[in-house]
Design a binder for this molecule. Structure first.
Ligand SMILES: [Zn+2]
Length: 353
């Protein structure tokens, strides 16, 4: 039974107002446009991108005050006109991309086209109780997948895309430079493909977490990384290196680790140009592969992998990556905690309180 007229029912929305401040406001529900659904948001993960926005990055893309956030699990609350295949109550996650008009330069690739809008940055995001999104962004969550894990599907889809573009195969040696949430997810997905995986990370708590999930680790502060990889791969060196650190040290190292004709996948966002040892590309005939966001098939793979954990525990322990779950009202302290806790992994905001 509905207690309110859906057009006027007040809801809570976490408005980012700039300068590291949020305001939890009572706002009106937005009318549901044709082709859209209204979601009742369960959880919204805090992405590294959200933390950058909190620090003032990408200000020109936002319209303040604005709700941010894009790592969501939800139930459908209202199905808009012209939407088929979805029903009220369906459990979903959102692929937060609006491709926009295709351009010649896009080369037919829809997920990173020139007119792409990222939902939760260029348009309002999911850190609110109810959120309207185009129905074509939805992916169904299986009934056995907890909604907390459902909020991990978006970052897991990033990892699936990175591993797919890196063409990781069973038996290959894979080195991941940087063990934050995305690096850790790449490691888990690559391991699930049958690769021999090593994570290089400087934070001891993150190294311990990786080890608790059965992943091999190395701290390049204490150990010569090149010698370690040589040893780890019995002299073969890496088939694939993922640069996820975003810092010069990672870029410097990434060319030293691959075998002849090895691949390097650029996952991190390097906002500034960095020095790269191009000689190594020539000398070992290396390949550099850029990988950005995801395509629908990466979401489907991520959901299948997340669901497989329910039948085979331990293969993809996404729950182990959730550091903290907090009510939406505590967002300010959550962002402050993230700033002060470099060991933290994934923080979720619970939006359906
Ligand atoms: Zn994200």
């Amino acid at each position: 039974m509905r207690l309110y007229n859906t057009k006027t029912k007040p809801m809570k929305a976490l408005q980012f107002t700039g300068n590291k401040t949020f305001d939890l406001q009572d706002v009106d529900l937005q009318p549901v446009a044709p082709g859209e659904v209204r979601l009742k948001v369960a959880y919204c993960g805090v992405c590294g991108t959200d933390v950058h926005i909190y620090h003032g990055a990408m200000a020109q893309r936002l319209t303040l005050p604005q709700v941010i956030g894009h790592e969501v699990s939800a139930e459908i609350d209202v199905v808009g006109e012209g939407v088929s295949g979805w029903q009220v109550g369906d459990r979903v996650t959102v692929r937060p991309l609006k491709p926009g008009q295709a351009m010649a330069v896009d080369n037919g690739v829809r997920h990173i086209g020139q007119n792409l809008k990222f939902i939760g940055i260029d348009t309002p995001g999911g850190m609110q109780q109810y959120w309207n999104v185009p129905a074509n962004t939805l992916h169904r969550l299986p009934d056995n997948l907890p909604l907390t894990i459902g909020a991990m599907v978006e970052p897991l889809a990033v990892a699936c895309h990175d591993v797919r573009l890196g063409e990781v195969k069973a038996g290959e040696n894979v080195v991941i430079i940087g063990g934050g949430p995305i690096g850790m997810l790449i490691a888990l997905v690559a391991r699930q493909k049958g690769a021999n995986v090593l994570i290089s990370e400087v934070n001891e708590a993150r190294l311990q977490l990786a080890e608790s999930m059965g992943l091999a680790t190395v701290n390049p502060k204490d150990t010569d990384l090149v010698a370690h990889v040589e040893n780890f791969t019995k002299g073969a060196m890496a088939d694939v290196v993922f640069e996820v650190s975003g810092v010069q040290a990672g870029v410097t190292t990434m060319t030293q680790l691959p075998r002849v004709r090895g691949r390097i996948v650029m996952v991190a966002i390097h906002a500034e140009p960095k020095a790269v040892d191009l000689f190594r590309f020539f000398w070992r005939e290396l390949k550099l592969i850029g990988a950005r966001v995801y395509e629908p098939e990466d979401f489907e793979e991520a959901i299948a992998l997340a669901a497989s954990e329910a039948s085979t525990p331990g293969t993809l322990p996404l729950g182990a990556l959730i550091t903290q779950i907090s009510p939406l009202a505590d967002a300010k302290s959550v962002f402050e905690t993230i700033d002060n806790n470099p060991a933290g992994m994934k923080y979720l905001l619970q939006c359906d309180l």
